[in-house]
Structures are given as C-alpha cells and as structure tokens.
Design a protein around this ligand. Structure first.
Ligand code: GLC
Length: 622
C-alpha cells in the first residue's frame, strides 16, 4: 500500500502529527532538488523510485526520533541561518585522548574552553576505530558506537548536552569516503556477501587499477604507496586511497549513499551539530582523471545537504577538501543548490606560513585577492595548524602568479619549515608523491614559528610574535577561526611518535601532543611563553567579539600601503589590521587618526612596525 505513495508522502506517513507541518514546509523546497540530484546519480537503476521512497521513509523515521531539544535548535537555526557567521564564533580542535582522555574528561575542560571564548569544539575521530593502527581514528569500524577506549554513546549524548548548555556546538568528523577493513561491510565482503562487496570498488585483476593509477595522485606515497590493495580473501584489488586498511566506498552504488546519509542523521540525533566531511574531494572516481573534485562528488554533497535540510536543519556541513583555492567555491554550492556551509581555507593557512618563510606576504596577498565571495550563509574556516601536514602544493597557482617557478618556490618554503639552512623552524618534512613537488610540513605551530630553537629572550619574543601574527590573521580574516589544541599555550613538537613503531613513519604525530596541564596552570603568568601567548590570544578573541566588521561575511579589502612586507587588511571603513611579515622594522603611512586596540595608543601618520608586529587599528575621531 505504501508503494502508491510518493517518496515525500512516505516520509510524512511515518511522522507523528506534530512534526508534519514543519516537514511538509521543508519538503516543499528541498524534496524536488533532492530527487533531481539523486536521479542524476542513480536514476538509471531500475528500482530507483522505490529506493527513493525507502530513503525518504528513513528520513522520516530519523526525524521522528530526533530529540525535542535538537528539534528546537533546528527551528532556531532555520529562523536564523546566519547564526555561525558572527564574530563571536570561535572553534577549538583536539583529540579526545589528548584532551581529557575520554569524552567525560573532555567535559571537564569546558571551563577552559569558555575562558578562551570557544563556541565550537571539533573533536577528532572518536567513533569505534579499526583494531590496531587506525590513522588516528580515521578508519572507522562502527559509526554507531563510540570508541570504547573513550567512552560510550551515553557519554557522547551527555557531552553534547553539556556543551550545548555552555553555548558550544560539537563538531565531529564524518568519514564518508572510506571505512575500516574490519567494518561490518568489509567483513561481510570478505566472507563472500555480494551486496557488501558492492559497497566497495573491487577489481578482479590489475587491469582497471593500472588504468586508474596512470592519472591518480598519491596521498601517502611513502607509508601507503598506490591506491589499490590486494585482499587475499576477495582474491581481488580494493580501492584504498589512503592507508591499505581504509577501503573507499563506492558511491555509484545507491545503497552506499542511503546508508551513509542515515548514519549521519543518527549521529546528528546524538547531538552532533557540525560534521567535518572528511576527504570530500575523493568521493567519485572517473577514469582518466585524478578522481578528485568530480561533479558527481558535488552532487552527492548537495544531496547530503538536502537530506540534512529536511531531517536535521540545525546541522552544519563542513568540507574538508584540501584543494587549490579555485576548486573550493564548488564545495559551497550556490544559493539554489547549497552544498557545505563551511570549508577549510587551506590556501590561506599555508600562505600565512609561506609569508613567514619568505619574509614577505606576496603569496598571501595573492591568495586573499583571489579568494572568491561566498554564497549567503556560508563561511570559510581559518586556522593556523591542524592535525595534518601543511600541504604547500595547493598554492601552485598563487606561487606562479608573479612569474616565479612555483615548484622551486614552494620547495624552498617547505625546506624552510623542515629546518634547512639554519631556519628558525623545527619541523619535519612529510611525504610527497611527485619528486618535483614540495613535500608537506609537520610540526606544532610554536615550533614552526621558532620557539623550540629560540635561545634567548629576544629570539623567544620574536618567535612568539610570529605565532601571534598567524593567529591574528586567522582571527581577523573573516571566517570561522579554529584554534588547534595546545597552540593557545605555545605547546611544542611531540617527538614521542618516533619511538612508537606504528607511528614512526607518519610525522603528522609531531603535532598531536597531549594537552600540557602544567602550561595551562601558568597561563596567567605573562612572564612565561605560554602565559604571554594565552594573554595575547584572549585579547585578540575579545577584540574580535566586539567588532561586527570582523564577522565572517563582513567585507574585507587589501590596502596598498607602499611597503610590500606589510599586509594591510581593512575590514570595513573603520577597522584596519596591519601585519609586518618581515624580520625587519617597517613603516606604514596611515591616513587619518587611529587607535591601536592592542595597546590603546593613538596613531597618526607614518607609523613604525617592529619585526613581525601586528596592529589592530580602529578609526578614531579627531
Ligand atoms: C583527512 C584527515 C587525515 C586522514 C585522511 C584519511 O585528510 O584529516 O588525518 O589521514 O583524511 O581519512
């Protein structure tokens, strides 16, 4: 009998009366775009129509199961879709095991987050990972279970509730490109289940893998070369873009989309408010391409957004697509076909570091100038560091803009951060697939900025200024800034990974230290490096909160002040951030009268900037 109903009617049929009006309103605008997107991807399948009906029924069941408190949040955010664009939003990112040890332990850090002004907490993967090595949890064995080492589902629900009570939204990774090789689908596939096998890209011999390989890149060329892994139990090759134990899902199979969409909604119903969509660029494979950023990957993400808009509209989607700036706008979609709400601006992050290495922000200026405007209710994510390497190759276009040999230029920058040629940085080179391309760079921000090698107070002060400069950029750019755990206290590299055989080859562990409570205790002592960093960061965060002109979507303009070493970022007519990216004292010619919000000094005319100094200027009446 249900089969005579349309897909939307099937959804409405499983909802209690009280939820039907809201659902009908959402369906009126989102059901048809969702159908059209899915028809584009899966319309050729003979059972497309019943499959769609079943999907919509699942959305209804999951909407019906959504706790009342979260439905209220949905309503608030539907009424105010720009809620995450204001300048009071501040993110923080940490591994659970390093920041409280368990989900309950994370809850005990809430006062710390509040002291910093955090309103968004990204906890790196905490779902049940694969047995043994799991790429820091990025190989998920069960999306419906918290990693038993970190807690359980009840702890997760309790944590999201406590965070929400403290005004903090929980962000979780949603690792949708691949699952662990001990996920139930992979185990069933190995046991001979044909439906489970069809969830993956499986090839009986090397013919197709070799054809794909001829145009594919490699993510971990040294620790995990190649994109395919031979699985003896299948007597076949499985697509594994990342580590051999991370099996890529086959989104050409509608069952994969339906299952993953429902998985995301179940997690949303536990109180997760933001999903970091991991490795979004890789979702669709096409022979003859690098299998990144394919139009179908965007259609899949747009369909996922429509699913969220219908069944959990308070939820935000964040694209992790570490791709050149010109590929990024597509991850936001358009006003008519929205995709993700937020995307990492990895070019901005990398260009900030490049500006330090080059003693000149020309690359950064190029990135800012070519950063496109966003559709409504969308934001960049700005950051200084994260748990992954700094990938320089996203900057190829910008690095060539002034006629430079981009590869050589980026390679010099990468070498600088691995500490070559007496540079102040303490970092490690990460892998690169292309011998001509720049390798990535690993290290905690403070160590890359020179704190680890600094010998006297002067060198320490200079390193601190560099660290603060990059945080100032992330906070003033016009984005949702996310701090990386430990950077607020200038924590340094953690070399212990070299003694763990399973991690020794992956230097990203250099920047994954445990939270140093000793530094936290001395955070109010400004004579300590950690205290000086903490004080300056809190000051910047406070200032940002008080200036509407610093909101994510407020206009930004680059000013030309004559001195190429100074980046002058105007946020509206009355706020100007000046950043000296060179190790030399510089001057900037101001017109008008300004107050430096960091020192409360009134400034006019030709003003000096110390090496790596930063000024946040507010226009002042005469
Ligand atoms: C993302 C994560 C990274 C992980 C990869 C594979 O890029 O940030 O840490 O290795 O996805 O899941």
């Amino acid at each position: 009998m249900t089969n005579t109903l349309t897909p939307s009617e099937r959804m409405l049929a499983v909802l209690p009366d009280a939820l039907r009006a809201d659902a009908s309103r959402r369906l009126a605008t989102r059901a048809e775009p969702l159908r059209a997107l899915l028809a584009g991807l899966y319309g050729e399948h003979a059972d497309f129509q019943p499959w769609l009906g079943e999907l919509m029924e699942t959305l209804g069941t999951l909407l019906a199961a959504r706790p009342g408190e979260l439905r209220q949040l949905d309503a608030q955010r539907e009424a105010q879709p720009d809620w995450f664009l204001n300048q009071r939003m501040l993110g923080y990112c940490a591994y659970v095991q390093n920041f409280g040890a368990t989900l309950n332990g994370v809850a005990s850090h809430i006062p710390h987050l509040q002291e910093l002004g955090v309103s968004y907490l990204h906890l790196l993967p905490f779902l049940k990972p694969r047995e043994g090595e799991s790429d820091g949890g990025f190989a998920v064995a069960d999306f419906d279970q918290v990693d038993p080492a970190l807690g359980n589902n009840a702890d997760l629900e309790a944590l999201t509730g406590r965070l929400r009570g403290a005004g903090i939204s929980l962000c979780s990774d949603f690792i949708l490109n691949h699952v662990a090789d001990d996920h139930v689908w992979a185990r069933a596939a190995r046991a001979g289940d044909a439906e489970a096998r069809a969830m993956f890209h499986v090839f009986p011999d090397r013919a197709m893998p070799d054809r794909y390989e001829s145009t594919l890149g490699q993510v971990f060329p040294q620790v995990a070369p190649g994109n395919f892994t031979h699985i003896a139990a299948l007597d076949a090759w499985v697509w594994t873009t990342f580590y051999p134990y991370q099996w890529d899902l086959n989104y050409a199979n509608p069952a994969v989309f339906a299952a993953m969409a429902a998985t995301l909604l179940r997690l949303a119903n536990r109180g997760i408010e933001v999903f970091r969509l991991d490795s979004t660029a890789f979702l669709w494979k096409r022979e003859g391409t690098n299998c990144m950023n394919q139009p179908e990957a965007h259609a899949l993400l747009q369909a996922l957004r429509a699913v969220v808009d219908i069944a959990a509209p308070g939820v935000l989607l964040k694209a992790e697509a570490i791709v050149p700036t010109r590929e990024l706008p597509a991850y936001f979609g358009s006003a008519d076909a929205p995709e993700c709400h937020i995307a990492y601006h990895s070019s901005l992050m990398a260009a900030g570091w490049a500006a330090l290495a080059e003693d000149n922000p020309s690359l950064l200026r190029e990135v800012i100038a070519t950063t496109p405007a966003l559709p409504p209710s969308a934001s960049w994510l700005s950051y200084v560091r994260c748990h992954d390497d700094i990938g320089w190759n996203v900057l190829r276009a910008e690095a060539a803009a002034d006629g430079s040999d981009a590869k050589a230029r980026l390679a010099r920058i990468a070498q600088f951060f691995s500490g070559a040629n007496d540079s102040y940085a303490s970092g490690a080179a990460f892998q690169s697939s292309d011998p001509n391309a720049a390798h990535g760079s690993n290290g905690m921000a403070a160590s890359l900025a020179g704190l680890e090698k600094a010998t006297g107070p002067q060198q320490r002060a200079a390193a601190l200024r560099r660290l603060q400069l990059l945080h100032g950029l992330a906070l003033s750019f016009g984005a949702l800034p996310v701090l990386y755990m430990g950077d607020e206290l200038a924590q340094q590299n953690d070399y212990s990974y070299t003694r763990r055989p399973q991690h020794a080859m992956d230097s990203r562990w250099l920047q994954r230290p445990p939270f140093e409570t000793g530094r936290w205790r001395e955070r109010l002592d400004r004579s300590r490096t950690s205290g000086a960093m903490f004080a300056q960061l809190c000051r910047l965060v406070q200032l940002r909160r008080h200036h509407d002109a610093l909101a994510a979507a407020a206009p930004r303009t680059l000013l030309d002040g004559g001195d190429p070493a100074i980046l002058a970022l105007a946020r509206g007519p009355d706020l100007l951030v000046l950043m000296n990216f060179s190790g030399q004292p510089r001057r900037f010619a101001l017109s008008g009268r300004w107050t430096d919000c960091l020192s409360d000094r009134i400034l006019v005319g030709d003003i000096p900037l110390e090496p790596w100094a930063m000024l946040w200027l507010e226009r002042t009446e005469d």
